[in-house]
Structures are given as C-alpha cells and as structure tokens.
Design a protein around this ligand. Structure first.
Ligand SMILES: [Mg+2]
Length: 337
C-alpha cells in the first residue's frame, strides 16, 4: 500500500517518499480504528478489511482530473480534496450503503507545491472523519502534466439489500434530495468572470447523502436509486434504461439551488448540471418532505417504457409536455468549448 516501486509513471525521487510519509501521518486513523472495518491500513502490501457478517461489499472508483473535473485557479485544494471523496461517498449513499474505507491514488506534477497536497489531503480527510471512513491505502506517482486523483471507496450493505438502478416500476413517484444546479451555475459564473477562489473559502460544499440513503434502504422505501453526479436528465435516464421504464417530471417541481444573493439558478442548471451529489430515487410510497434534515421533493412519476428511446418527458412551466433528453455533463462540456 502506497507502494512506490510499481508506478508506471516516472517515480518521484525524494519527494514521493516524503509524500507517502505525510499521507501516512495524516491518515493515521488507519490504526485508530483498526479492529473495526480496517484490520490493517497504510504500511503493508495490501489493506485488510473486515466486512460485517451478512453484508456484501460495495466498491466504487472515481477520477478527479485537473482540467476535466476541477481547476486549480477556481477552487482551493481543500475543496478539491473534499469533492474527490464526495464523489465516492455519494456512490455508496446511492446504494443505501455504509462507507468503510477509502483508497487514494494520487499523481502530481513534480513542481507542485507540497502545501497544495497537504491542503488537498486536509479537505479529503476532514470529510473522511465526518463519515468515519479510513484512508487505508493508495499509490503516488509523478504526473507529466496536471493532477490526477483516483479515489476508491469501499462500503457494505446487508446482503441483497443494495438499492439498484434497476428497480423502478411504472406508476411510482420520482424524488430528489436537496436543491439542484448550484455547482453547475457556479462553474458558469466562474468561467464567465474568471474569478479566483484561491483560498477555497467559496465553492459549493456538497454533503454526501449517506444518512438519507441508509434511511430509505432500512425502510425498504426506495425501489431504485442513483446519485446526481452527471446531471438530473442524464442520471434519470440511467435509471430509466436500467429499469426499462420511462419518466415524466414537472419543471416547476424541480428544487433549484440558490447562488449569489439568493437568486434561484436557471432551470437548465438544475436539469442538466452535474456535481450536485444529491440522490434521485423512485418509490411507490409518499416520502416525508424532510428526511434526516434533508429536503426531499417529488418531481414526477415513473411511466411505462415507450420502446427504443428513453421515454423521458417533462411538463414545462407553460404546462406543455415535451420530450426530455439527457444533456448532463456533455451538454456543459460542449458549451464551454
Ligand atoms: Mg453514481
């Protein structure tokens, strides 16, 4: 674990050893909770994990790549580190699971200030501590250009109880947690104004919805679930495709985030913007307006599949029903060009 010998990329001569030492010191929680989920963390060839009896293991991996998922001149290192782990924790939340351990493979350019890495780790480890997740290993290397962080999160869920994307049935309701579009609207502001958030004081701080996901799974209330990482339209389409159903949502029901001086973001951001890390789920039941302190909003219903196409429709603010296309992520990537 944190093995410096098997790097495919050029190994960092002295600084990598230092880097591993720093990560190990900062992640020493691996020893603190040894005996629970992590029997052996950083400091051996493999981590040794314990999975509770009667549970299945959940594993997810997510890249955070400079210039693709974040920009150093837009967000402070703490927020980049926090978001890196948020992506993985949010996937565990979407299964109704409990996160246990995380692994980080980090490649940084040779000229990157050590302070950036320290602050990145600080942000990542603060979030890990919030959810009692141990950084149990990883790898480091020198990157020829830009920062690459690959996060792996391991969790568990009682056998057969993971909430999948494939369980939605026609007639059920569609719900989302929190408010949508905040992160995408913020990026639009950043790219137009070229602001600098070097202190990491700003930036939307998403909270992975572990508690809500677990609450729904324990009560058997969610028939299908996904986290909103790529945008509502794209992630809803994933549920429709895996479940073999269609969907109809109402534009006016979509809970939109507020940015700046409390202005609601445009519908497009809530509909297609990524990085919200809220949950979307389907249920035959009526769900309370708040679960574990988090707002839950019914935005539409599951419909019969219409055949080949995704069969997603949206009733606009003008009351007219039209086809809804999945335009998350790529949509915004194209706009930026
Ligand atoms: Mg996901």
């Amino acid at each position: 674990v944190f093995d410096s010998e098997n790097g495919i990329l050029v190994a960092m001569p002295v600084s990598e050893k230092k880097l591993i030492g720093r990560i190990r010191r900062q992640a020493s929680g691996g020893r603190i909770v040894a005996g629970r989920a992590v029997a052996k963390g950083v400091g051996d060839d493999c981590a040794v994990l314990r999975i509770p009896r009667g549970h299945e293991m959940l594993v997810t991996t997510d890249f955070s790549i400079e210039g693709v998922h974040f920009r150093r001149d837009w967000y402070g290192p703490e927020l980049v580190g926090r978001r890196c782990l948020t992506r993985g924790l949010s996937d565990i939340a979407a299964m109704g699971g409990e996160p246990k351990a995380t692994f980080l493979s980090l490649a940084v350019p040779g000229n990157l200030a050590q302070g950036w890495v320290d602050r990145f780790l600080k942000g990542l480890l603060a979030l890990a501590a919030e959810f009692k997740v141990v950084l149990a290993g990883g790898d480091t290397a020198q990157s020829p250009s830009g920062i690459l962080a690959d996060i792996i999160v391991v969790g568990s869920v009682p056998r057969g109880k993971a909430v999948l994307r494939s369980g939605a049935r026609a007639g059920e309701f569609i719900y989302v947690t929190g408010e949508l579009g905040g992160a995408a609207a913020e990026i639009a502001v950043l790219s137009s104004q070229f602001s600098v958030l070097s202190q990491g004081a700003k930036g939307k701080v998403a909270v992975p919805r572990i508690t809500v996901g677990r609450w729904l799974r324990r009560r058997g209330l969610a028939s299908a679930m996904i986290d909103l990482s790529d945008g509502l339209s794209t992630d809803l389409e994933h549920v429709c495709a895996e479940s073999g159903v269609g969907a109809e949502i109402r534009a006016e029901a979509i809970p939109r985030a507020r940015i700046g001086e409390g202005k609601l973001v445009e519908l497009d951001f809530a509909l297609h913007g990524g990085d919200d890390y809220e949950l979307l789920f389907t249920s035959a039941k009526r769900i309370p307006a708040r679960v574990a302190g988090v707002r839950v909003t019914r935005i539409g219903r599951v419909t019969e599949s219409t055949g080949k196409s995704s069969g997603m429709r949206m009733i606009g603010e003008d009351g007219k029903s039209r086809r809804l296309r999945a335009e998350g992520w790529e949509h915004f990537a194209d706009k930026k060009k």
